[in-house]
Design a protein around this ligand. Structure first.
Ligand code: SAH
Ligand code: SF4
Length: 424
C-alpha cells in the first residue's frame, strides 16, 4: 500500500472563511490488536462473503450443505460476525462449530478490496483508492475512490456507486472518466467495511494513532453515508438499494436511513422508485436555475429538464420538513452565481421541503471553471437564507489530496491521462 503525502494543488481557490487548519499528518499505521483486514486477492478463487446480502449468505450455507432448518439461524450468526463485529476470518466466529467454520473457509473468504493507496489530508479527510477484484476474464481489475470526512459531530463516508460515470457533467472530474462498470452490492458495502476497519471502528480494533479520527465510548467514526463519490447511484439503483438495506440493518451496521443520503444528477424516473422501495435521504445536484445553463453543466438535463426534476422532488415519498431534500448548488464564478439566480432558486423550490447546500467549486487539473469569490458566495447564501432556507456553504474538505466533491478519479485513469499528455 502506498501512502501519499498531500501536495499543494496548482489551481487557485479562495480560502474557506472558517479555516480547516490542522497540521498535515501522514500515517503508516497498523495499530490493530485484532487481525488486520484481509485483502482480496485476484489469485484467490474463493468468493468473499463480506458485503453479502442475507440471501447470498443463505446460498453460501447451502453450498456447504448446512441443513435447510438451520439456515436462518446460521445466516443470523454470520450476519452478526460480519456486520456487527467486523470479522475478517471465519476462525473468529467462536459460536460457530469448528467444522462449519472450516467448511466456510474452504469455499469462501471475508476479504475486502485491497487498499492500493491511502492519503490523509491536512484537515483529517482520508481518501482510499480501492482495487476491486476482476469480475470476469476481460476485467483487468478496476479502482474506486472512497473518502472519509471527520467533523466535530459526525464522520461522513462518501462512497462510490460506479467506476467512472456516463454523465459528463462539465465541472466534474469523475465525468471525464468514462464508465467502466457498475459496482456490485458487495463492492458498495465493502467501502464501509474497509473504512470502519481502517478507522478502528469495530470492536477490538484500534483507531489510527494520528488523533484525526473522532473517538470515545459512544462515538461512531462513521455516522453518515453519502453516495457522492464516483458515479450516478440512480443508474445502479438495485445494487445501491441492496447496499443501503445492508448498511441500515439494525442487527449489523445499523446506520439509520436518515443518515444515508443518495445524491443524483436528476434521473427522474428512478427518484420515485428509490423513495418507495428504500427511502434514504435524497440530494439533487441542481447547479443551475434555467434549462439552457443546466443543459451545459449537467447534460442529463436535456432528457429530464428542471421542471420534471422538481416535480419528482415534490412527489418524493417520505419528504417532509423533518426529512428535507438537499439541493446541491456548485458555485462557479461568473456562470451561475448572480443574485438573480439566487432569487430564482428560491422561487423554484417553493413548496418543496428543501435545504440548499452551496458547494464551492473544487478545482481539478484542466477544469474549465473557477470557484466564485467568497463575497459572491456569501451574497448568494444570504438571499437563500433570508428566504427561509438553511443554506450552509459546504467547507471544502481534502482538497490537498483531490478528495473533495467532484475531484475523484481513479489513479490508473490519472496515470493514463498523464502518460497520454507526455506522449502528446
Ligand atoms: N452523480 C451524483 C453523485 C456524485 S457527484 C451526482 O451528480 O449527484 C457528488 C456531488 O459533487 C454532486 O452534487 C456533484 O454535482 C458535485 N460535484 C461534482 N464535481 C464537483 C466539483 N468539481 N466541485 C464541487 N462539487 C462537485
Ligand atoms: Fe457523474 Fe455526478 Fe460527476 Fe455528473 S456530477 S459526472 S453525474 S459523478
Amino acid at each position: 500500500m502506498t501512502i501519499f503525502r498531500p501536495s499543494p494543488i496548482s489551481a487557485s481557490f479562495p480560502s474557506p472563511p472558517h479555516g480547516v487548519g490542522r497540521r498535515a499528518c501522514y500515517t503508516d499505521f497498523f495499530p490493530r490488536k485484532r487481525t488486520q483486514m484481509t485483502a482480496a486477492s485476484a489469485s484467490d478463487p474463493r468468493p468473499s462473503l463480506a458485503g453479502a446480502t442475507r440471501a447470498e449468505l443463505g446460498d453460501a450455507l447451502r453450498a456447504i450443505e448446512i441443513p435447510e432448518r438451520e439456515i436462518r439461524m446460521r445466516v443470523s450468526q454470520l450476519w452478526h460476525w460480519i456486520y456487527f463485529r467486523g470479522a475478517r476470518e471465519f476462525s473468529e466466529m467462536l459460536n460457530i462449530s469448528k467444522v462449519v467454520r472450516g467448511k466456510l473457509a474452504e469455499r469462501f473468504t471475508l476479504a475486502l478490496p485491497e487498499i492500493a493507496a491511502e492519503q490523509v489530508s491536512t484537515d483529517g479527510t482520508r481518501k482510499w483508492l480501492l482495487r476491486l477484484d476482476p469480475v470476469d476474464a476481460n476485467d483487468k481489475g478496476a479502482e474506486i475512490e472512497c473518502v472519509y470526512i471527520p467533523e466535530s459531530d459526525r464522520g461522513t463516508l462518501c462512497v462510490s456507486s460506479q467506476v467512472g460515470c456516463t454523465l459528463n457533467c462539465s465541472f466534474c472530474h469523475t465525468g471525464t472518466q468514462k464508465l467502466v462498470r457498475n459496482l456490485t452490492t458487495r463492492e458498495i458495502v465493502a467501502q464501509l467495511l474497509v473504512a470502519r476497519s481502517r478507522l478502528g471502528d469495530f470492536p477490538g480494533l484500534e483507531p489510527p494513532t494520528d488523533g484525526l479520527v473522532p473517538s470515545g465510548p459512544d462515538v461512531r467514526a462513521v455516522s453518515n453515508i453519502v453516495f457522492m463519490g464516483m458515479g450516478e447511484p440512480l443508474y445502479n439503483l438495485e445494487q445501491v438499494e441492496n447496499a443501503i438495506e445492508i448498511m441500515s440493518d439494525g442487527d449489523g451496521l445499523s446506520l439509520s436511513k436518515r443518515r444515508i443520503t443518495v445524491s443524483t444528477s436528476g434521473v427522474v424516473p428512478q427518484i420515485e422508485k428509490l423513495g418507495a422501495e428504500c427511502g434514504p435521504m435524497l440530494a439533487i445536484s441542481l447547479h443551475a436555475v434555467r434549462d439552457p445553463l443546466r443543459n451545459e453543466l449537467v447534460p442529463l438535463n436535456k432528457k429530464y429538464p428542471i421542471r420534471e426534476l422538481l416535480d419528482a422532488c415534490r412527489d418524493y415519498p417520505g419528504a417532509s420538513n423533518a426529512r428535507r431534500i438537499t439541493f446541491e448548488y456548485v458555485m462557479l464564478k461568473g456562470v451561475n452565481d448572480s443574485p438573480a439566480e439566487a432569487r430564482e432558486l428560491v422561487r423554484l423550490l417553493k413548496g418543496i421541503p428543501a435545504k440548499i447546500n452551496l458547494i464551492p467549486f473544487n478545482p481539478w487539473p484542466g477544469a474549465p471553471y473557477e470557484c466564485s469569490d467568497w463575497e459572491t458566495i456569501e451574497r448568494f447564501s444570504d438571499i437563500v437564507f433570508n428566504a427561509g432556507y438553511a443554506s450552509p456553504v459546504r467547507t471544502p474538505r481534502g482538497r490537498d489530496i483531490l478528495a473533495a466533491c467532484g475531484q475523484l478519479k481513479s489513479e490508473t485513469e490519472k496515470l493514463r491521462a498523464r502518460a497520454r499528455l507526455a506522449v502528446e
